[in-house]
Design a protein around this ligand. Structure first.
Ligand code: NDP
Ligand code: GDR
Length: 370
């Protein structure tokens, strides 16, 4: 029976990965931050009462900015595998919190690698670093592969560049099983509410139910290679089951604009859009609705631009080449983009129908995202 330690277990990927590893019989330990409110919504269904016997799931308070805490947790857990998923993961926010982002995302990875070394676990513990397609930044070539040069375009990406190289360095210097998964954007109903896909599917659901007028977005021309988080955590697991540590790109190989994602998400809820204007004046207007239950009228502006969502430096185009992951790991995604959009819109419609019902009955909804 293997033991895994997951940092960032309360996040989107942490939740799916914990579920996957538990289903494979692992003992799963997770690092969670102390928060003034509960922050374990995504993993509450996995919770096991520590007073019971045969407990396979345990959380530890910790933070990637605290070395002694990480050393203590790793010493206690003696993990076979560490998945370092914790990060300040929002690109736009990293421009506002660059030093904190570097501390958590760059030095955080170093702290874990050092803890493995200090504790004499270099031969026992395999290390996965959550690297990112943001490393490619300013387009050098497409599709982007393990050999494409990096050109990071945000404090987040620069911090992740350090984490990428320190992982490679510890592998080469100390013979550790330490590797990078260079994952392209992956989404799900558990995606954080301020990333563009979830922001759109939440907005679509609320507009369709008459709970919101419009969505304000930034750059609709950006192109992303979007996959499903469930498929991507499967790749993480496969990477750590290999004999030798290597770095892998995980992607779908298909790119789509933010504008097209908007169109697909509204269509999924039965709302047909027409786009007009360009740049900061672009708008999307409702052209037709599929049923009288949809609480928005044709002619209504439902998407407008707010320049506050533009980034000082943007990553325009991401398309990954997943051939190495497919051939060496046998990885094959189960979801395509239409299936992903369908699942996200259905999930947000169900969420907000429930909320609307409660509100209509006079109950106050304690929703931290309102
Ligand atoms: P999320 O933002 O959903 O989750 C991030 C996790 O990190 C949360 O559990 C968060 O805790 C935790 N965290 C943040 N700062 C700290 C800290 N200082 N100490 C300890 N924990 C911390 O991200 P995802 O699940 O989407 O992504 C997982 C990882 O993969 C991240 O490293 C991200 O940068 C990277 N990545 C993500 C991609 C994607 O498309 N999703 C693509 C490529 C890479 P809390 O819940 O308390 O906020
Ligand atoms: P990204 O994801 O920056 O690629 O990082 P995000 O969903 O935030 O942005 C994708 C693209 O959409 C454009 N955009 C907007 N983005 C947000 N968040 N909000 C808006 O209103 C909006 N309007 C347009 C952005 O400019 C961008 O081009 C994600 C994170 O999960 C990282 O942690 C991860 O490393 C990368 O994916 C791969």
């Amino acid at each position: 029976m293997k033991t895994a330690l997951i940092t960032g277990i309360t996040g989107q990927d942490g939740a799916y990965l914990a579920e996957l590893l538990l289903s494979k019989g692992y003992h799963v330990h997770g690092v969670k931050r102390r928060s003034s409110m509960f922050n374990t919504d995504r993993i509450d269904h996995l919770y096991q009462d520590p007073h019971e016997s045969n407990v396979h799931f345990k959380l530890h308070y910790g933070d990637l900015t605290d070395s002694t805490n990480l050393i203590r947790i790793i010493q206690e857990v003696q993990p076979d595998e560490i998945y370092n998923l914790a990060a300040q993961s929002h690109v736009k926010v990293s421009f506002e919190t660059p030093e904190y982002t570097a501390n958590a995302d760059a030095i955080g990875a170093l702290r874990i690698l050092e803890a493995i070394r200090i504790l004499g676990l270099t031969k026992k513990t395999k290390f996965y670093q959550a690297s990112t397609s943001e490393l490619y930044g300013l387009v050098q070539e497409v599709p982007q592969s393990e050999r494409t040069p990096f050109y990071p375009r945000s404090p987040y990406a620069v911090a992740k560049l350090y984490a990428y190289w320190i992982t490679v360095n510890y592998r080469e210097a100390y013979g550790m099983f330490a590797m990078n998964g260079i994952l392209f954007n992956h989404e799900s109903p558990l995606r954080g509410e301020t990333f563009v896909t979830r922001k759109i599917t939440r907005g679509v659901a609320r507009i369709a139910l008459g709970m919101q007028d419009k969505i304000f977005l930034g750059n609709l021309d950006a192109q992303r290679d979007w996959g499903h988080a469930k498929d991507y955590v499967e790749a993480m697991y496969l990477m750590l089951q290999q004999e030798t540590a290597e770095d892998y790109v995980v992607a779908t190989g298909i790119t789509t604009t933010v504008r097209e994602f908007v169109r697909m998400a509204f269509a999924e809820a039965g709302i047909e859009l027409e786009f007009s204007g360009s740049g900061a004046d672009e708008k999307a207007v409702v052209k037709a609705v599929a049923s009288p239950d949809i609480k928005v009228q044709p002619g209504t502006v439902v998407v407008a631009i707010d320049a506050a969502y533009y980034r000082p430096t943007e990553v325009d185009l991401l398309i990954g080449d997943p051939i190495k992951a497919k051939t060496q790991l046998g990885w094959e995604p189960k979801y395509d983009l239409p299936a992903l959009v369908k699942e996200m819109v259905a999930s947000d419609l169900a969420l907000f129908r429930r909320e609307k019902l409660l509100k209509d009955q006079g109950f106050q909804v304690l929703n931290q995202y309102e």
